[in-house]
Every structure is written in structure tokens, then in C-alpha cells.
Design a protein around this ligand. Structure first.
Ligand SMILES: Nc1nc2c(ncn2[C@@H]2O[C@H](COP(=O)(O)OP(=O)(O)OP(=O)(O)O)[C@@H](O)[C@H]2O)c(=O)[nH]1
Ligand SMILES: [Mg+2]
Length: 458
């Protein structure tokens, strides 16, 4: 990496207690020395690695910009594996910018977004999936998403991918070696070995892919649509969950006409809640558009919260909703639990196949049961992070699907009794696709493996 980069690493949107300007590259320490004046008269180029020094940063006229702490970290034990200097300054936005300007004036280049992490990847400290996890950690909206990103950053996903790739590569290497040296290495009955391992790989990839739905939900939130007839209390529920008066609530039927979206955090999981117009036949043109919109949103939802007014018997609007949502994940809320229940036993049996919770949106009771029910529906009540890896990234998901296609091609190739060198084509494609998840090159690996494992001493 030729140039040394610098950027403000803490938030640039608001002032904090302190802010950090970070610099990375081979000239980082030299550049810092040009603008840093130590209280003890020492030069950063002479200090030990991973030490902190008190002093000030001065502009080109020698005027003090800020009192700072300079942290010197020499390669390779740094975030980027390059020499890194961090300047901790007082948190003001203007001051921090001036410190950055001073570093740039002394020879650093402004860093591109993500460039520190990119260097960590290019210098081999982390792989691609870990680099992506860094971004996910930063963007995590809730506790679960954060835990999952941290486990990915820790290399859990990479380990799993490497394990699968290892299995594939062994077979490719064996086949290649056998083709090169048929006298010593035999391919008789070898396909059975390939088939066994390919089955294992398919199983592992499938398992990872299956987590991707939960992964997306964890990361971006559950697309939740509140559906119900007019006056059931949908907007009241949205307000109760959002803890503010987001939607207009009145006792007039047809109050909500448009969709209204709100993101909420419910005990660590994110819900992207949509309040909708009450389902009914209406002559009101605007309202009827709202009703159509509600139905359309319902089709795309991960979860439907069907709000039933338990103080009234079910009617044909409720019937219509029941048929609309028959293929969806549904949680029924028997709302207005504070009032006399008028919904019949027979009606209740119609709702039996859905998970049901009694609430009062008005008095805000039953909301904890609601939270628990959602957790059970999506994460079986618990999420374990120790063994389980969640696919939260669309790029990873697509690559896994592509790898799975290739593995299945290998299986049908075996069924069709294709020759082994033909099978290696699809094996290699699967290997490559998986490698792209962690950003690994292919050719070198294969060469290394063949030479180290099969051609020893030749
Ligand atoms: N007693 C009681 N009243 C409730 C409860 N939830 C809602 N309400 C009342 O029911 C009426 C309708 O509430 P909304 O939240 O506007 O109902 P909605 O389903 O959004 O209605 P539309 O927007 O017209 O489809 C209001 O007068 C609320 O105060 C509840 O749990 N108990
Ligand atoms: Mg409403």
C-alpha cells in the first residue's frame, strides 16, 4: 500500500466526549511527528509500539489546534496490519476536522469509506466475510443482529466455509493427481467417496441457507403487517408498540386510509410494523385504495398481526381476512380484552389454527405475551449463537445457492456416470463460489494442495 490514509473514525455527525482521528500506512508515524508536539519532548518515531503519548497537534503556523493523546501502533499487530497512529482529541466536530486537516497537510491522504477495513482484508488480517461483518456490526439495529455479526467477525462463518471447501478440494486434487499419474493413483470406485462427501457438503450448505431467512429477519427486522377490520384497534396497537401517538385513533370506522410504517424494537428483535386501513367494502374511493394496499402489503409480509375486536362477533370482514392470510405466518390478537367478550366460542374455534394472544391495546396489557409469541414463531423462543451461524448477507446467500447448484450437478454427473475429470468442473465451481464468500483466490490453493499432498518427493 503506497500512501498513508487518514480519517475521523468516530461519528462526524455530533460532538462526543472524545473523537479519534486514525491514520494507517508506512508513513503514519513520520506524518504524525510533523504535527504532534509531545509534552515530554519525545518523537513518536522513537517510542515503543502500542504506547500512548500526551501532547498537542499544531497547525502549519505552529498554533495549537488541540490537546491530544497519540497512540502509536506498529505493524503488524494493528487493525490494518500497517503502522497505525490514532489521535484522541476533544470531541468537537470543528476541532476534529482541523486535526484531520493537519494530518493531510503533513502528507496523509483522506481515506475512502471502508478503506481501513479493506486494507485489513488486503493485508490478510481478515477475510471478506469478516470484513463484511465489520460493516454489519456497525449497522446492527438490535442485539441479535449484533451478536450474529460479531460471531461472523470472529470467523465462525469462515471456518464453516473452509471446512466445506477443504472437503471439495481434496477430491479435486486427488482426481487431478490420479489423471497425472494413473499408474500409482487409482480412480477405481472413487466416485463413491466423492458422493459421500458431496452429500455432506450439500447438507451443510443447505443448513446455512436455511438460516438465511432468520438471518435477514434478524438483520433488517420482521416485515409485520397489522391487519383487521375497521375499529379493531390496529392503530392503537401500533401506537402502544411504538410508545408514541404515531397513528390517528378515533372511534370512526375507516380512520386509517393509508399505510403507515414504523420500526420498533421489541425485546431485542426489530419489527418493521405497518398499520393499514381496516378491511371492509367501502364506497369511499380513497379508503378503497387503502384497503387494496393493505391486502397487497399483507402478501409480502413475514408476519401478519391479525387484530380481532373481541368485543364484537366475527363478521364477514373477518372471514375475508381469514381467507386472505391462510398461507401466511399469523398471530391473532384478541383485542379489547378490557371489554366484555362478545366473540363466540364457535368464532374462536375458527381462529384455533392460529397462535392467539389476548391484549388490550388501549390499556397496553398483553404486550409481553405478544413479544414472547413472536419470538417463538421466529426463533423458537431462543437464539443460540454458540454453534449456530446465521447467514445475514444477501451476497453470501446467493453464493451459497450457486454452490449448491454446482454440488447437485456433481451428484447428477455421478448418476450419469460421467468421467471424473468432468466432475471436477462442477466441484471446482462450487469451491470457487464458496471461496468468493471469504474472498479467496482459487488457483494457488489447488496448486499448493496438489504439490504438497500428492507429488511429494517426485
Ligand atoms: N376498550 C378498548 N378500546 C379500544 C382498544 N383498542 C382500541 N380501542 C378503541 O377502538 C377504537 C378504534 O381504534 P383504532 O386503533 O383507531 O382502530 P383501527 O383498527 O385502527 O381502525 P381503522 O383505522 O378505522 O381501521 C378507538 O376508539 C380506540 O380507542 C382496547 O384494547 N380496548
Ligand atoms: Mg387505524
Amino acid at each position: 500500500m503506497e500512501h498513508t490514509i487518514a480519517a475521523i473514525s468516530t461519528s462526524t455527525m455530533s460532538s462526543g466526549g472524545i473523537s479519534i482521528v486514525r491514520m494507517s500506512g508506512k508513513d503514519a508515524i513520520e506524518i504524525a511527528d510533523k504535527v504532534f508536539v509531545s509534552k515530554k519532548n519525545i518523537r513518536l518515531s522513537e517510542v515503543e509500539s502500542h504506547t500512548v503519548h500526551y501532547g498537542s497537534i499544531t497547525d502549519r503556523n505552529g498554533n495549537i489546534i488541540d490537546e491530544v493523546l497519540a497512540v502509536v501502533m506498529r505493524a503488524p499487530n494493528t487493525y490494518t496490519r500497517e503502522d497505525v497512529v490514532e489521535i484522541d482529541c476533544h470531541g468537537g466536530i470543528l476541532v476534529t476536522r482541523k486535526v484531520l486537516e493537519a494530518l493531510i497537510g503533513a502528507g496523509a491522504s483522506p481515506a475512502e469509506p471502508g478503506e481501513f477495513t479493506k486494507r485489513a482484508f488486503l493485508n490478510g488480517r481478515i477475510d471478506l466475510s469478516q470484513a463484511e461483518a465489520v460493516i454489519d456490526v456497525i449497522n446492527s439495529k438490535n442485539e441479535y443482529a449484533l451478536k450474529s455479526s460479531v460471531s461472523q467477525l470472529d470467523g465462525k462463518l469462515s471456518e464453516k466455509i473452509k471446512e466445506i471447501r477443504e472437503m471439495i478440494l481434496n477430491h479435486v486434487a486427488y482426481i487431478e493427481a490420479a489423471l497425472d499419474d494413473p499408474e500409482h493413483i487409482s480412480l477405481d470406485n472413487y466416485v463413491q467417496n466423492i458422493l459421500n462427501d458431496v452429500d455432506k457438503c450439500v447438507e451443510s450448505v443447505n443448513k446455512l441457507l436455511k438460516t438465511s431467512d432468520n438471518g435477514r429477519i434478524m438483520r433488517d427486522g420482521i416485515r409485520t403487517v397489522i391487519l383487521g377490520k375497521t375499529n379493531a384497534g390496529k392503530s392503537s396497537l401500533l401506537n402502544a408498540l411504538a410508545r408514541e401517538e404515531r397513528a390517528i385513533v378515533t372511534d370512526i370506522e375507516g380512520t386509517t386510509r393509508d399505510v403507515l410504517e414504523e420500526q420498533i424494537n421489541l425485546g431485542g428483535i426489530t419489527l418493521n410494523l405497518t398499520d393499514t386501513a381496516g378491511i371492509r367494502n367501502t364506497d369511499d374511493y380513497v379508503e378503497s385504495i387503502g384497503v387494496e394496499k393493505a391486502k397487497k402489503y399483507a402478501q409480502e409480509a413475514d408476519l401478519i398481526i391479525f387484530v380481532v375486536d373481541s368485543s364484537r362477533p366475527l363478521d364477514k370482514n373477518d372471514e375475508e381476512i381469514i381467507s386472505l392470510i391462510k398461507d401466511k405466518k399469523v398471530l391473532v390478537l384478541l383485542n379489547k380484552s378490557d371489554m366484555k367478550r362478545e366473540i363466540s366460542r364457535e368464532d374462536l374455534s375458527r381462529l384455533e389454527r392460529f397462535k392467539t394472544v389476548s391484549v388490550s391495546a388501549k390499556n397496553e396489557t398483553g404486550l409481553e405475551e405478544l413479544e414472547q409469541a413472536i419470538k417463538e414463531m421466529f426463533f423458537e423462543g431462543k437464539i443460540s449463537f454458540n454453534e449456530e451461524i446465521y447467514i445475514t448477507n444477501v451476497r453470501h446467500k446467493n453464493l451459497l445457492s450457486e454452490a449448491l447448484d454446482s454440488l447437485n450437478m456433481v451428484k447428477s454427473g455421478i448418476e450419469l456416470q460421467m468421467s471424473e475429470d468432468f466432475l471436477t468442473i462442477d466441484l471446482m465451481t462450487a469451491y470457487e463460489k464458496l471461496g468468493m464468500i471469504i474472498g479467496e483466490e482459487v488457483e494457488d490453493d489447488l496448486a499448493d494442495r496438489i504439490f504438497s499432498k500428492f507429488c511429494m518427493g517426485k
